[in-house]
Design a binder for this molecule. Structure first.
Ligand code: ARG
Length: 273
């Protein structure tokens, strides 16, 4: 089987002001040390990996006092040239929303504003012709209807049940139009049944893979960039013909984030979905 890489356009935010100053998910311990310089070097490695793969990386200016702004996936949802801005659950991240919104507007995307809590691509993943939308911890279920209305893709609600996997992108990764990998235990029984129905050939990750944020991966359809520690998942991906690239983001993981969290996909128009 030959697998085609699709050239991507990503938005990233340098972790200039990264820190773990508060705890809004179980990974965050404000008393544990974080090596801020190492965080920046690890993030640079991720960005370099994308550039070496031939992808385009846009950068948004980091804002002082917003330590989680590096997690660009939470800045919006961008599909077919439309950008849905975000509304964070937690006040600590609220000011990131207008910063990202201004970037999308300046970049020429058609803007839509959220009516409910909506944490962008952290919880909303385009998988083929379906928008998988997480809820349970962050993004409000009510926002799913708005997403369907704005983007015109059928939205499939995914109920997350484990607080460690608080965003959909910590529990499921989209590999290509037809294939996903996920941690079954992170989902309610009904959502698991839906995933089996939609993706009968999905890769099931182990808890050990998920606990190193292995599912927080970025695929271009051929190459999968994932945390280096997720070795079982990487082996399963290679069995299916993907090329895996392990990245160490140990410092950002202390905030509960991995490669995908640092990466927002910008989907220009119908042609480059
Ligand atoms: N500390 C951030 C938060 O809890 C991490 C966000 C990770 N982003 C993601 N797309 N999963 O909001």
């Amino acid at each position: 089987m030959t697998m085609d890489a699709i050239r991507q356009r990503f938005l990233m935010c340098r972790p200039t002001y990264f820190a773990v100053d508060y705890a809004i998910n179980p990974w965050m311990d404000p008393t544990a040390p974080v090596d801020a310089d190492l965080a920046i070097r690890q993030w640079e490695q991720l960005r370099r990996t994308y550039l070496d793969l031939g992808h385009e990386v846009d950068l948004i200016e980091p804002v002082a006092g917003l330590p989680d702004m590096v997690f660009a996936a939470n800045g919006g949802t961008v599909i077919d040239g439309k950008a849905m801005a975000v509304q964070f659950r937690d006040p600590q991240r609220a000011d990131e929303a207008p910063a990202y919104r201004a970037w999308f507007e300046a970049a020429g995307f058609e803007m839509h504003d959220p009516k409910h809590v909506n944490e962008g691509e952290g919880d909303i993943l385009l998988a083929g012709d379906h928008l998988l939308a997480g809820t349970g911890f962050r993004t409000a279920h009510a926002s799913h209807a708005q997403l369907q209305e704005v983007f015109g893709y059928p939205v499939v609600t995914m109920q997350l049940v484990d607080p460690r996997f608080y965003h959909l992108d910590t529990a499921l990764t989209v590999l290509d139009e037809r294939t996903v990998a996920y941690l079954p235990e992170a989902f309610s029984p009904g959502s698991r049944a839906v995933l089996r129905r939609l993706f009968p050939d999905a890769i099931h990750a182990t808890m050990a893979d998920a606990e190193v944020l292995g599912l927080n991966a970025v695929s271009d359809g051929r190459h999968v960039v994932l945390p280096a520690q997720a070795t079982d998942l990487a082996a399963k991906l290679r069995d299916r013909g993907y090329e895996t690239i392990g990245i160490d983001l140990s410092e950002l993981r202390k905030a509960g984030g991995g490669p995908k969290c640092c990466t927002l996909r910008l989907r220009q128009g119908k042609a480059s979905k």
